[in-house]
Design a protein around this ligand. Structure first.
Ligand SMILES: [Zn+2]
Length: 240
């Protein structure tokens, strides 16, 4: 982490707040402490799930894709409830896990816009634009473009500290780096991560399926959470 990171003050973030997750668990790993803090401050917090999460265990017979997607949706909502996000403020698009980059970004954007229209975001937490996962990168543009221009956009890191190369990190000119200590939110963050049982060994019959490494969970709990805020708000247009 760069040494010139600043401490994020959650009081400065206005509501409504939207937490965007490409997959169920991204919010728990990447921005649970901030989500819990903002809920505690009384902000109206909404959550948007972009994919169905149904690709984590493709060889499981116990969890065929539809069952896995249903289970992961319930896990996502349960984890968010721990962080103070009401189920009535959860919105799931159900797009194909592992296949976002094959979709038309314009159509993703329109679906996100429809969700945002229910309570236009004043603060938006979305995955870092170069977080090293194809679905995370494919989420960034349509979500960025769907939000009102004035919304404050903080991009959170999930896989960047685990797998990111040097060029995946923001350059000094590109973004301000904020950190948030997990601190008192640690038990809730742990509970929010634990809600994702299918990602923690809970799918018994697909040994090649995805499992969150205990070390990654520990690092996420130790924090701090990392947020990048682009310098200026460049007009980014999607060509599609
Ligand atoms: Zn993800």
């Amino acid at each position: 982490m760069r040494l010139d990171a600043l401490r994020l003050d959650p009081h400065t973030l206005p509501g409504p707040v939207w937490i965007v997750s490409p997959h169920p668990d991204d919010e728990a790993l990447g921005c649970a402490a901030l989500t819990a803090t903002l809920s505690g401050l009384g902000r109206e917090v909404h959550a948007l799930l972009v994919t169905d999460g149904g690709f984590s265990h493709p060889n499981s017979r116990a969890y065929p894709r539809a069952r896995l997607a249903r289970t992961r949706l319930a896990e996502w909502r349960a984890g968010l409830a721990v962080l103070g996000v009401l189920e009535t403020r959860t919105h799931a698009l159900g797009l194909p896990d592992g296949g976002l980059d094959a979709l038309d970004p314009g159509s993703i954007r329109r679906e996100v816009e429809r969700a945002f229209a229910t309570a236009p975001p004043a603060t938006l937490l979305l995955p870092w634009r170069r977080d090293p996962h194809p679905d995370h990168r494919a989420t960034w543009g349509p979500v960025w473009n769907a939000a009102p221009p004035a919304a404050r956009r903080l991009e959170y890191a999930v896989w960047l500290p685990e797998r990111g190369g040097g060029s995946d990190w923001p350059t000094e000119r590109e973004a301000r780096v904020w950190t948030l200590a997990v601190g008192a939110a640690r038990p809730r963050k742990a509970q929010a991560i634990a809600a994702h049982a299918t990602q923690l060994g809970g799918v018994p019959d697909d040994p090649d399926g995805f499992t969150l490494a205990p070390e990654m969970v520990e690092r996420a709990l130790d924090g701090p959470e990392l947020y990048f805020e682009a310098a200026g708000q460049p007009a980014l247009e999607i060509t599609a």
